[in-house]
Design a binder for this molecule. Sequence first.
Ligand SMILES: NC(=O)c1ccc[n+]([C@@H]2O[C@H](COP(=O)([O-])OP(=O)(O)OC[C@H]3O[C@@H](n4cnc5c(N)ncnc54)[C@H](O)[C@@H]3O)[C@@H](O)[C@H]2O)c1
Ligand SMILES: [Zn+2]
Ligand SMILES: [Zn+2]
Length: 379
Amino acid sequence: MRAMNYRGPFRVRIEEKPMPEILHPNDAIIKVTRACICGSDLHLYHGLVPDTRVGSTFGHEFIGVVVEIGPSVQKLKIGDRVLVPFNISCGQCAFCKQGLYGNCHESNSMATAVGGIYGYSHTAGGYNGGQAEYVRVPYADVGPEVIPENMHQDDAVLLTDVVPTGYQAAEMGGIKTGDTVVVFGAGPIGIMAARCAWLFGATRVIVIDHIEYRLDFVRKYAPCEAYNFKSLGDPVRFIKKITDWFGADVCIDAVGSDASGSLLHTITGKKLLLQAGAATALHWAVNSVKKGGIVSIVGVYGPTDNLVPIGNVVNKGITIRANQTSVKRLLPRLIEHVQNGVIDPKPLITHRIPLQEVSEAYRIFSSKLDNCIKPVLIP
Ligand SMILES: NC(=O)c1ccc[n+]([C@@H]2O[C@H](COP(=O)([O-])OP(=O)(O)OC[C@H]3O[C@@H](n4cnc5c(N)ncnc54)[C@H](O)[C@@H]3O)[C@@H](O)[C@H]2O)c1
Ligand SMILES: [Zn+2]
Ligand SMILES: [Zn+2]
């Protein structure tokens, strides 16, 4: 079968790989019909995630058709169209039982932090991902959801990560009626977080980025105020100024380790790798939230070391909440929201690219070319 293949930083290509096989009685094999590229894949692509091995296949946002099931699989049958949460979770361990499906203790048992994630380095379990014609799905009775008859494929594929992550970003922010929420990052995750902030009662939503076409998109889609940090001088001062010098009630980091905006972080985080990527947006979030406010982090930071302004966190009495999204926990509600039109994810997909052209797809998304918000690969 054809699959995306990682060759080293900034180098990916299509290669022939062996067909995935059933390795456990609760496995399924899925023929992929759509697989997105995520901002998280860019951290792998840029070489920022430890233990990203040459030869691995990325892709944790995919949907497809069940073509084979192991003997113990009860929930799925051959021919089912399924969407597959990006976390791999056993459904049985103490963490899964608390709804922390992103922190499963079994699917990545050599690690103490994150659970298994499809196509996300050996740090996240070493599973092959779905940017391929076929993919092995472990714990097939736990993760995959049959796609409702009337659901658009683009909506379904965005339910594997983008919609739940944007929603959880807002949820972790503990947003209350009347709150001002600042979202750093106008990528698909920040856009969805801004959209979802309203659902929790925000009365003002502000998005910060430096890519104009994304700011234009989020202004209309969320809808919200949106500012280019390059034109703000000091973004922290700007946010304080427009919030009566109090700061925002809630700040959301939807950028993660690939942040721009600070020479210090770019050099120490992205060039010298002295910290795990650039924590610029996190600094801005901590410094522009009000005293006693909440910072919600969904931006991904590679383990282990980062410059974090912890003194400011203590002195301001900030609550920090962060996690990989627990997709399975949120899916029932979010499928309903999509079906009722409360959330309309599909406009985020701007590029449909054949899997064969995966290296071009990564280049466009990584360099933010051609007004790209979210690309989907079609095998
Ligand atoms: N926690 C989770 O479960 C989860 C799931 C999916 C994605 N993520 C993470 O969310 C983040 C965003 O993902 P995406 O797909 O939207 O990525 P993306 O790369 O498309 O978007 C990131 C955006 O941040 C902007 N940006 C860069 N520096 C900034 C700064 N200092 N301030 C404000 N904006 C800045 C970029 O211009 C870009 O538009 C990534 O770190 C990704 O790994 C986390
Ligand atoms: Zn993703
Ligand atoms: Zn588990």
